[in-house]
Design a protein around this ligand. Structure first.
Ligand SMILES: [Zn+2]
Length: 335
């Protein structure tokens, strides 16, 4: 039973970068999960987080316990190929796919080490620093691997899932699942960026409460995915840049509904705005400040007042001043 799926979708291709938007959706949030997240941290049994921390700090000598389950699911859809990747401290990652997807499996296996380093460089080392990655061969297999209970959109490129977990404990069963045609539609660069994006969600999952603002969760993951790249605002946020060119700058941070692609909703713009707000904070105030703000705001649903408080605490700016500075930064980076 998974608590939440964070889903990365692809939208239309722009220039040489196929802009990949990400959508966090609750696909299989069950009633019991909803109840569990309401349990105050102080009421939790002490043994769970301690046991999980011990597991993380010890050198990993065996694969994630979910690996057998992933293999069983995938073998029911056809022959399976795997690539194992060892981390510097013995962490073991594994990439699953089917024989015809060997190229994507090899690409992802090659990218795991750099992706773990990129995420750790931002988030710190307090996460497993390894990944279970699966490339599905069909939407049915994607659904099985992500525990999806409803139909899976063909616009979904990848998702990260975890088992339900109590706040304060370590999530188990975390994996990244790629759609069958992710490699063909995204290319090697897109697979790399998507892996980094999803691993950011996995690293932060234990500290991320459901219902937190999407501009925080998705913007942070998108910032991390691109933090090692020397790309311009125009390359990473073409829609935002085009609008800024004509003087149309964001009036506010994007609200959660803006991240859902619909016929009338430009979700790509919301992702670009979220990325740019996070990039603005990281470049102007430093990455540790961005991480501190994430910890402040990924605690669940926020109100304008609580966002204002968090911005004052971490950036020493009220909400209105933050927006003004963000817009100034965007203006300065429009070519
Ligand atoms: Zn995401």
């Amino acid at each position: 039973m998974n608590a939440l799926e964070r889903v990365r979708t692809w939208l239309t291709a722009r220039r040489r970068f196929e802009f990949v938007a990400t959508v966090a959706t609750v696909i299989a949030l069950t009633a019991i999960t909803g109840a569990l997240v309401l349990i105050p941290k102080s009421a939790l049994p002490k043994a769970r987080p301690e046991a999980a921390v011990a597991q993380y700090s010890a050198p990993a000598s065996s694969l994630d316990p979910q690996v057998g389950e992933v293999r069983r699911i995938m073998e029911s859809f056809g022959p399976v190929v795997t690539q194992h990747v060892s981390g510097e401290e013995g962490q073991l990652s594994v990439v699953f796919g089917h024989p015809y997807q060997r190229g994507d499996v090899d690409t992802l296996a090659r990218e795991i080490g750099p992706a773990v380093d990129t995420v750790t460089g931002l988030w710190g080392a307090d996460w497993p620093r390894a990944a279970v990655v699966a490339v599905a061969s069909s939407t049915a297999e994607f659904a099985a691997l992500t525990h999806a209970t409803g139909p899976v959109s063909t616009e979904v490129a990848a998702a990260s899932v975890s088992d339900s977990f109590l706040p304060g404990s370590r999530p188990t069963g975390q994996r990244v699942v790629f759609a069958a045609d992710a490699g063909r539609r995204l290319g090697a660069e897109g697979l790399r960026d998507t892996l980094r994006h999803e691993l950011t969600h996995i690293a932060a999952r234990a500290e991320t409460a459901d219902g937190s603002p999407q501009w925080v969760l998705e913007g942070f993951a998108e910032y991390c995915a691109h933090r090692d790249e020397q790309l311009s605002l125009n390359q990473l946020a073409p829609t935002l840049t085009a609008r800024a060119h004509s003087g149309d700058l964001p009036a506010d941070l994007p609200a959660d509904p803006a991240f859902t692609p619909t016929a009338t909703n430009n979700a790509a713009l919301a992702y670009e705005q979220a990325w740019s707000a996070n990039a603005f904070i990281a470049t102007q105030y430093g990455e540790p400040t961005l991480v501190a703000l994430y910890h402040d705001l990924a605690t669940g649903p926020q109100t304008p007042a609580t966002v204002d408080t968090a911005l004052r605490r971490t950036l020493d700016l009220d909400h209105a001043t933050f927006l003004a500075r963000w817009r100034d930064w965007l203006r300065a980076h429009v070519p």
